[in-house]
Design a protein around this ligand. Structure first.
Ligand code: ADP
Length: 323
């Protein structure tokens, strides 16, 4: 191995920069050259490569987003797009690519691997929906941002005898919602992984009111079938019987921004370095993830087309704690 490239792709996640730094410095320490690719797969197609030295990745471990930029690039999902990408990688003399990104991005890296290029994936998405990996880079920070919002809303909810429905991100995975919901003491949590109707959510809020609570919190994952629109519609029709006034806060992209947590920085550093070590021992076409606390590599072929759902069994714990 002489020269590697690294890119960040798909939705940005706090900790991506720490992963870029770890890949670059891990590889430089082995005497390899490193190229940073701008804007994910779009930069591979547009031939946007820059050499990375140790100082180029200094002072970024604490910043959110990605200094390399990220993009969604539909052309890369087509064989003609990947052909162009492979030509550009070849023209720069790049032997291997590290792809830092989520589910879609790792489907892209699996495609490149299938076409014969040496690729290692690093799981980075706030959604935490990647198979072959327990915790992806960015989700701890996203949970903490969601939790801070819940804690803040709780104070105003309590002062006004209100219920709040907080919608958080995660695409089709309820991981952020279940974790932040338990940590924030939510009365009810709606996940894509578990069927719950607006009537059932409203019933839990009503019951909390009847038990004398001064406020109630519903945490709604963005991918839940019972979304905030459905909930507000139901609430509008049954307002009087629920007791609480209900307000909705959609956190949206706020959840993705900000300073990466210590846990995300350490995870990103471990996984970025592990990706380099994986290449050094001649492994390719794998995702370097964390399973039960250890770095484990899983073939990209096993990962594509699969997702890792949130653990809906934790909902019962949340329900008991809300009595
Ligand atoms: P994330 O990695 O956060 O899940 P996306 O799903 O948007 O983000 O995927 C990021 C990029 O990965 C896409 O814009 C596309 O370039 C590439 N990609 C996604 N799916 C595939 C696929 N099946 N084959 C090849 N490339 C893909």
């Amino acid at each position: 191995m002489k020269k590697i490239a690294v890119l960040t792709s798909g939705g940005d996640a706090p900790g991506m920069n720490a992963a870029v730094r770890a890949v670059a410095r891990g590889a430089l320490a082995k005497g390899w050259q490193v190229m940073g690719v701008r804007n994910g797969y779009a930069g591979l197609l547009a031939d946007h490569f820059d050499p990375l030295q140790a100082r180029n990745v200094g002072g970024i471990i604490q910043s959110g987003g990605t200094v390399l930029g990220s993009a969604r690039c539909p052309e890369f999902a087509e064989p003609a797009g990947r052909k162009k990408a492979l030509q550009n990688l070849g023209a720069h003399g790049v032997d291997a690519l590290v792809v830092i990104g989520g589910n879609g991005s790792q489907s892209g890296s699996a495609s490149l691997a299938r076409e014969g290029f040496t690729v290692v994936g690093v799981p980075s998405t706030i959604d935490n929906d990647l198979y072959g990996n327990d915790v992806s880079i960015g989700c701890d920070t996203a949970i903490n941002i969601t939790l801070e919002a819940i804690d803040r809303l709780r104070t105003t909810a309590s002062s006004h005898q209100r219920a709040f429905a907080v919608e958080t991100m995660g695409r089709n995975c309820g991981y952020i919602a279940i974790m932040a919901g338990i940590a924030g003491g939510a009365e009810v949590i709606a996940l894509p992984e578990h069927e719950i109707t607006p009537a059932q959510v409203a019933e839990r809020l009503r019951a909390a009111y009847q038990r004398g609570k001064t406020h109630a919190l519903a945490v709604i994952a963005e991918g839940a079938k019972c979304g905030v629109h459905e909930l507000m519609e139901y609430y509008g029709a049954h307002r009087k019987s629920i007791g609480f006034d209900l307000r909705v806060t959609r956190l949206g992209h706020v959840v993705r921004g900000g300073i990466p947590s210590a846990a995300d920085r350490v995870l990103a550093t471990r996984l970025g370095a592990a990706a380099v070590d994986t290449l050094a021992v001649g492994k390719r076409g794998v995702l370097a993830g964390i399973i039960k606390g250890d770095v484990v590599v899983t073939p990209l072929e096993e990962i594509t087309g699969r997702t890792r759902p949130a653990d809906a069994s934790l909902l019962e714990l949340a329900r008991v704690m809300a009595i």
